[in-house]
Design a protein around this ligand. Structure first.
Ligand SMILES: Cc1ncc(COP(=O)(O)O)c(C=O)c1O
Length: 331
């Protein structure tokens, strides 16, 4: 049994578990890294802890200071949790569409939440990205800026990558990860390619996000709305290092949510919609690979966070991701 001095000691070192859904029995081995084993239930704890600790070690932050970032939820609770342990104040700026549960979770760690209009474009001064930067500048807050921070990438270079290498005894051949900021993918894949340049990095992007076109054709297109949370973007970020992407797989909301639900029902792994997207992409990657190949996918957060969304049949039907009920079934 592990005994820890404080909750921060439980960040990092998440487990790998075998994934069978969609993977041929005679094909490669597939494992998923369950990031919901981290204290706030997502991969964002790694980044929040590393960026804040590094800034404190360098004297750029001290207890009593304020940290700020924009977030759609998971980063918010991670930053708020780390700030509460280290005696910092935290302000998180989030768009109106963020679920009430996520906002309440961030507040439960003692952080302040600022809500911005949902319809603001990325460069709109009313939007969460611009509001966070503006407040940081005006008040001298420490700006985490996860989308552009190279310390976000470094967090995964120092933790996620080495954990995957060690836990697979260096046998990993493919890493499949969603890209939100790009930090997880870029840091983990850079580490793994340094150990073995033949390891392939496969990025997962939701339909509607602009990463895939940017990576495939090096052009910035205009995206459209999608429902899966945590991955995809409408602006290109510096935390994504496109030269590390060997392949990008685009996954629809429908396939992401239904795959997450299927894995929960058949393998008892209840993860969020972005994990469903990763699992769906892993099936495509596995196709045609030999039994010697070893695919690792990153599951970013837990299904519990989405009980009112992809794990709610009514919501799924309203969105058209489950067939509508007919006649008597409606009762
Ligand atoms: C819930 C969640 N958030 C974020 C991400 C993306 O991480 P990053 O912002 O490091 O690219 C993922 C990736 O799968 C995820 O599942």
């Amino acid at each position: 049994m592990r005994v820890c001095d404080n909750i921060l000691d439980l960040v990092n070192h998440t487990p790998l578990v075998r994934l069978r859904t969609g993977i041929p029995e005679t094909g490669p081995k597939a494992y998923v890294k369950l990031e919901f084993f981290s204290p706030t239930g997502s991969l964002k704890d790694r980044m929040a802890l590393h960026i804040i600790r590094k800034a404190m070690t360098r004297g750029r932050l001290k207890p009593g200071d304020t940290v700020i970032d924009n977030t759609s939820g998971n980063t918010g609770s991670a930053v708020a949790m780390v700030a509460s342990v280290l005696g910092l104040k935290a302000i998180l700026v989030t768009p109106e569409k963020t679920s009430q549960e996520k906002v309440d979770l961030i507040r439960s760690y003692g952080a302040e939440v600022i809500i911005t209009p949902a319809d603001a474009a990325p460069d709109d001064p009313r939007g969460c990205y611009m509001v966070a930067r503006d407040l940081a500048r005006k008040h001298g807050y420490f700006d985490i800026d996860q989308y552009n921070s190279q310390d976000n990438v470094e967090a995964h270079y120092l933790t996620t990558g080495p954990e995957i290498w060690e836990d697979t005894a260096g046998k990993v051949t493919h890493l499949v990860a969603g890209i939100g900021t790009g930090g997880t993918f870029s840091g983990a894949v850079r580490y793994l390619k340094e150990r073995n340049p033949d390891i392939r990095g496969i990025a997962v992007d939701p339909e509607g996000s602009i990463f895939a076109d940017y990576i495939r054709e090096n052009k910035e297109t205009v995206g459209y709305a999608y429902k899966v949370e945590g991955i995809g973007t409408d602006v290109i970020t510096k935390a994504l290092h496109p030269e590390l992407v060997d392949e990008v797989i685009t996954v629809s909301d429908n396939d992401s949510f239904n795959r997450a639900r299927l894995i929960s029902r058949t393998e008892g792994i209840s993860a969020g919609g972005s994990s469903g997207a990763v699992a769906f992409a892993m099936e495509k990657v596995a196709d045609g690979l030999s039994p010697e190949a070893l695919i690792v996918g990153i599951f970013g957060d837990a299904g519990m966070r989405y009980l009112s969304k992809c794990y709610n049949d009514k919501w799924m039907r309203e969105q058209g991701f489950l067939p509508a009920l007919k006649g008597a079934q409606k009762l």
